[in-house]
Design a protein around this ligand. Structure first.
Ligand SMILES: Cc1cc2nc3c(=O)[nH]c(=O)nc-3n(C[C@H](O)[C@H](O)[C@H](O)COP(=O)(O)OP(=O)(O)OC[C@H]3O[C@@H](n4cnc5c(N)ncnc54)[C@H](O)[C@@H]3O)c2cc1C
Length: 354
């Protein structure tokens, strides 16, 4: 089949990363082709309320007070975010990409799309040898969740153990959704391999009793590293590029924050784009976050609770630095140092030699 020069930019994948990047590139005048097999984001996505400024104009979300925390939370109205990403400069091709190079994407049916730059925003799948975050959630009417969260309230991490369950540690995550219902989710933050859905479901039911409603299953790796410094080929973006925070599983705010910077760097060529995505401070912060992940993997269920009580007792700016400061090397180092200083000896040992 013939090659077709279609655009300045071809992006594979229509998740948050693909759309955030497509919008940013189109807004900077680039011709964009987005190859996406589907046009929905089925997951319930959240980010810190102070991060919603990175979302495109027109995006909506439900704000929530997080019990016990000063920092507000936001649950995205996915349809509105998708709609806000649309732009006349984006051509959407409903297909799967079978293979990618730096300047070409071969579609599953054989056609090759050529562009000045190709981005891989196809996300990542879980795999047996990866550290994964897994969760099992049920979307219920707000009245059914009333004993867990008040209207407009979220529970970020309730580490109390469900009756009858011990290791490994899991927590309850409860957030209001844009449709007025509430997602109640049992989450295993990081485990190799991820805790299975059947056990997560049993834990959720042991904690809250029987729940009826649409189910959300979460499974993704949290240990995908940044691409090598001298990588070539299609440029990864989003979860495919190691954006997922190893100790929290979050990536959306960074994805939307970085998309315009990538678009601005386009004229400088692939090397300039790669520098914008993973500057040296971000790589160093990533290594510190991985240290945090290694500590988490070594903690018992009781220690998880202790560890997060200590973490969320840190001053808010320290929490924010560790959770959201992707290039804030000084801030992340200081947060970890303060946490270490406040930790009891048994946790300190695990923070140093997990
Ligand atoms: C259920 C769930 C809930 C999550 N909640 C949060 C959250 O609240 N906050 C947060 O920050 N992070 C969250 N994460 C983690 C992470 O931010 C998400 O995985 C996020 O979706 C990553 O965005 P992405 O666009 O990089 O990848 P994806 O969302 O995985 O999108 C990749 C897209 O590429 C498509 N694709 C795959 N292969 C091909 C191919 N060959 N050709 C073309 N298209 C292809 C897929 O169909 C998909 O649409 C969550 C993850 C999951 C799984």
């Amino acid at each position: 089949m013939a090659d077709v020069l279609v655009a300045d930019v071809v992006i594979a994948g229509g998740g948050p990363a693909g759309w955030a990047l497509a919008r940013a590139c189109a807004r900077s005048g680039l011709r964009v082709t987005l190859v996406a097999p589907t046009n929905t984001w089925p997951a319930t996505y959240g980010m810190w309320l102070d991060e919603t400024s990175v979302l495109p104009a027109g995006a909506r979300w439900v704000p929530a007070r997080v019990r016990g925390l000063a920092r507000g939370y936001a649950v995205l109205d996915n349809e509105s975010v998708l709609a806000a990403c649309a732009h006349p400069g984006i051509e959407v091709v409903r297909a799967r990409v079978a293979a990618m190079t730096a300047t070409g994407a071969r579609l599953a049916h054989g056609e090759v799309l050529r562009a000045g730059m190709v981005f891989d925003a196809t996300g990542v799948l879980g795999a047996a040898n990866r550290v994964e975050q897994t969760a099992f959630g049920v979307v219920v009417p707000a009245e059914r969740a009333a004993s867990v969260v008040a209207p407009g309230e979220a529970v970020f991490m309730d580490w109390r153990r469900p009756p009858g369950f011990g290791e490994p540690a899991t927590f309850l995550y409860a957030v209001p959704r844009p449709d007025g219902r509430v997602l109640l989710e049992e989450t295993c933050l990081a485990r190799r391999p991820g805790l299975g859905f059947a056990e997560l479901r049993d834990r959720l039911h042991a904690r809250l009793g029987p729940l009826d409603g649409p189910v959300e299953r979460v499974r993704f790796p949290v240990d995908v590293p940044p691409p090598p410094l001298l990588a070539s080929g299609a440029i990864p973006f989003g979860a495919a590029a190691g954006f997922v925070h190893p100790a929290t599983g979050f990536s959306l705010a960074d994805t939307f924050r970085l998309a315009p910077a990538v678009a601005s760097a386009f004229r400088g060529g692939p090397a300039a784009v790669r520098r914008v995505l993973w500057p040296a401070p971000a790589r160093l912060v990533y290594r510190l976050r991985r240290r945090g992940l290694a500590t988490l993997l070594s903690l018992t269920a009781t220690e998880h609770e202790e560890f997060f009580d200590l973490f969320f007792a840190l001053p808010e700016r320290r929490q924010r630095a560790y959770l959201s400061g992707r290039t804030d090397l000084a801030g992340v180092t200081a947060a970890m140092a303060v946490l270490f200083a406040r930790a009891p000896a048994h946790l300190r040992r695990k923070m140093v030699t997990p």
